[in-house]
Write a new protein. Structure first.
Length: 286
């Protein structure tokens, strides 16, 4: 089965507008599929309502819009676009500077921001850093995938999880040493496997990798109760990656109820559309 393309994605959007228009009375005269002015009006009204919904839910709409812009660029085949969760590496002068400073050049895209000047910035997590770094698309290129690494805790396929597990494992080993206890053999095995994988993927000396993670291990040690040498530090909540979901799947995650349940005739609100102020002459609206 072939994957959906731009035409199918556009049809998903048209279907969403059909459902949105059907929520209101006296809108039969609007035809967004053939009339550009009607399409512009309905799209604008739908986006405004989504802004209100995001505000009610305490969600930052601009962040969502920026992420959507990133996925849109990817689907259009923009070579400088990167999905959240994808692995990237610095290139050009930015990479050269990082190497000179002994810093990693490979990381994971964790966010995207589009400035008011329409300049895209990607937020990238690099090994050992506590804050994600904004990087311009011109300074990034795709990186090789993280090597699949088998541990006693799980099979690791991404650098973010590998870093988290390595810090947790190193913390347990350090706590065992503090209490004069032998570390778990499983922890020793996992520590070696994860360290080898991160060292290889980042193309850095092992000492540099361990140095970058020392502060995180130290933070874990200071927040772990004395004597708790065998219990792992609390792991971050598991998050389902979204980088490989289709737009339809991403949209489905956001609906609080099934779409069909939200637009049935019995639930359709009796509302009329009023015009919203704008630069164009007022048209029949809500």
């Amino acid at each position: 089965m072939t994957e959906a393309g731009a035409e199918e994605f556009a049809e998903y959007g048209a279907a969403a507008l059909d459902a949105f228009q059907a929520l209101f009375e006296q809108t039969e005269h609007l035809d967004h599929r053939t009339n550009a002015r009607d399409a512009r009006e309905l799209i604008s009204d739908l986006l405004i309502d989504l802004m209100h919904y995001a505000e009610r839910r305490g969600i930052e709409y601009n962040d969502i819009a920026a992420q959507a812009q990133a996925y849109y660029d990817i689907e259009r085949g923009n070579p400088d676009a990167f999905a959240i969760g994808s692995t990237v590496q610095l290139e050009g002068p930015a990479a050269h500077e990082a190497v000179l400073l002994g810093q990693p050049t490979r990381g994971t895209v964790t966010g995207v921001y589009v400035t008011p000047q329409n300049q895209t910035e990607y937020y990238v997590h690099f090994l050992g850093q506590t804050t994600n770094q904004p990087v311009l698309p011109a300074d990034l290129e795709p990186a090789p995938p993280f090597p699949t690494t088998t541990t006693n805790q799980s099979i690791v396929r991404d650098a973010l999880k590998a870093e988290q597990l390595l810090v947790d494992t190193a913390t347990r080993i350090a706590l065992a040493d503090v209490h004069n206890q032998p570390p778990s053999r499983d922890d020793l095995h996992d520590h070696r496997a994860l360290l080898d994988a991160l060292t290889t993927w980042n193309n850095m000396p092992e000492r540099n990798v361990t140095d970058l993670l020392l502060s995180k291990v130290a933070d874990h040690l200071t927040t772990t109760e004395p004597g708790n040498a065998t219990t792992a530090p609390p792991a971050a909540a598991a998050r389902k990656p979204t980088a490989h979901l289709s737009p339809a799947q991403l949209a489905a995650q956001a609906f609080p109820v099934a779409l069909a349940d939200g637009i049935t005739t019995g639930q359709k609100p009796a509302m009329t559309r009023k015009p919203r102020p704008g630069p164009t002459p007022p048209a029949p609206g809500r």
